[in-house]
Design a protein around this ligand. Structure first.
Ligand code: PLP
Length: 425
């Protein structure tokens, strides 16, 4: 099947399985393996004779990365059960691995719930973490037994009373997400003042509130965000007790980032210790943390234009790739990312740094991947670039604008024998 080409690579056995503790060493070996697979793949394509589409952009996904991130999570946040945020990258192999490793799942739509259930995950391992739900989806959640869900307003309570009165409700509160890449608090979350009113309303409607959730914003950069949010959640737990609710679930949301994970985990653990010492189940909804580093994208140079880059007559080039912001680089627009180009193959070679601007294939001027970037050597039509860290909020938000495709091939590999064993690779 095209989407799930699997390379059973004996060299993965050479990679030291250090359970993510010294992830630099493993990460380095993983990168070397990914680059080898990328090169093998492009060697199969003759751009002068191939059929349309055979030279399309493609991903290599190292599921060993996802496996290591999970071990790292367990090492640093043993008290917090991850419910992977499916929206971030609903790749079936990623979900299959996470399901086998025992994570839960954060779903925000009927299709996401379906996808996770289709893997045999029991509905108790799903939280419907969307405070403003479609009514028919609520009825669907009830039919398939997904009982845990978030809310943050009184109208939602009314809807839930109509469609799913036995649901287990988690009150999403506002956080200060000003230090994050993607902010949600203008759209979701009840203030502490409104929380009391909502709990009162839930009590009147005889609804079952079981916990509190928050999200510090995706791509968070202030590790203190967790301390404040956990303290606020404690306040709401105590308020809820006043309405006769004995809350048992704290959902600390997503926001974790690969580079800063240990620092954030440390702050979260301290806050949990201080405000929730016992008897509360703590879950989280990490997305980016699990998948960002696992996916590498290879793109092909389809066109080039020579331009002057300075008054002294220096030459640079505009490169046009076969993927852009309407495709897998949608993370530039929606996720405020700056993907870093690297040379995968260049016929001419050379080390001299040359100035480029890098563009996508659609006719729209907004379709720019990098305004100004220096790469070694003179690149030409037929060469390939690759971009690491393309696993989060990329493929899932790609469009078909201009007739380009949104379902690029993924080649799955595993740099961890543990992941290969779970997946049957
Ligand atoms: N949970 C909810 C409710 C979200 O909206 C998001 C992201 O949009 C996530 C979890 C995942 O966030 P992240 O990828 O930053 O971990």
């Amino acid at each position: 099947e095209k989407e799930t080409t699997i390379i059973n690579d004996s060299k993965v056995e050479l990679i030291d399985n250090n359970h993510g503790v010294e992830s630099d060493v493993t990460g380095f070996a993983s990168k070397a393996l990914v680059q080898r697979v990328l090169k093998e793949q492009i060697a199969r394509v003759d751009v002068d004779t191939c059929e349309p589409g055979e030279e399309d952009a493609f991903y290599v996904a190292d599921l060993g990365e996802v496996y290591r991130q999970h071990l790292r999570w367990k090492l640093n946040l043993s008290r917090v059960k991850p419910f992977y945020a499916v929206k971030c990258n609903p790749d079936r192999e990623v979900l299959r691995l996470l399901a086998k490793m025992g994570t839960g799942f954060d779903c925000a739509s009927r299709a996401e719930i379906d996808l996770v259930l289709s893997l045999g995950v029991p509905p108790s391992r799903i939280i419907y973490a969307q405070p403003c739900k479609t009514k028919s989806y609520l009825r669907y959640a009830r039919n398939v037994g997904v009982t845990q869900m978030t809310f943050d307003n009184g109208d939602e309570l009314r809807k839930i009373k109509d469609c799913f009165p036995d649901a287990e409700l988690v009150l999403r509160i506002l956080t200060d997400d000003s230090a994050s890449l993607c902010r949600f608090s203008a759209k979701y979350g009840a203030s502490l003042e409104d929380a009391a009113e909502l709990l009162h309303r839930a009590r009147e409607l005889d609804l079952n509130v079981i916990g509190v959730s928050f999200h510090i914003g995706s791509g968070a950069s202030d590790p203190c965000s967790f301390g404040k949010a956990v303290k606020d959640a404690r306040y709401v737990f105590d308020q809820a007790a006043g309405f006769g609710y004995d809350l048992k679930l704290l959902d600390v949301g997503g926001g974790f980032v690969d580079e800063t994970f240990e620092v954030f985990a440390g702050n979260l653990n301290e806050a949990l210790e201080e405000y929730f010492p016992h008897n509360v189940n703590v879950i989280a909804e990490p997305g980016r943390y699990y998948v960002a580093t696992a996916f590498t994208l290879a793109t092909h140079v389809i066109a080039r234009r020579e331009v002057s880059v300075d008054r002294e007559g220096g030459k640079g080039y505009m490169l046009y790739l076969n993927d852009g912001v309407y495709g897998n680089f949608s993370n530039i627009i929606f996720d405020h990312q700056h993907p870093v180009p690297q040379v995968l193959s260049a016929a001419a070679g050379g080390d001299k740094m040359v100035e480029y601007s890098i563009w996508g294939p659609t006719c729209d001027g907004i379709d720019v991947i990098a305004d100004r970037y220096f790469l070694p050597g003179v690149l030409d039509i037929g060469d390939w670039l690759f971009f690491e860290n393309m696993g989060a909020y990329t493929k899932c938000s790609a469009t078909r604008f201009n007739g380009f495709k949104d379902d690029h091939e993924v080649i799955y590999i595993s740099s961890e024998p543990g992941a290969s064993a779970l997946l049957g690779y």
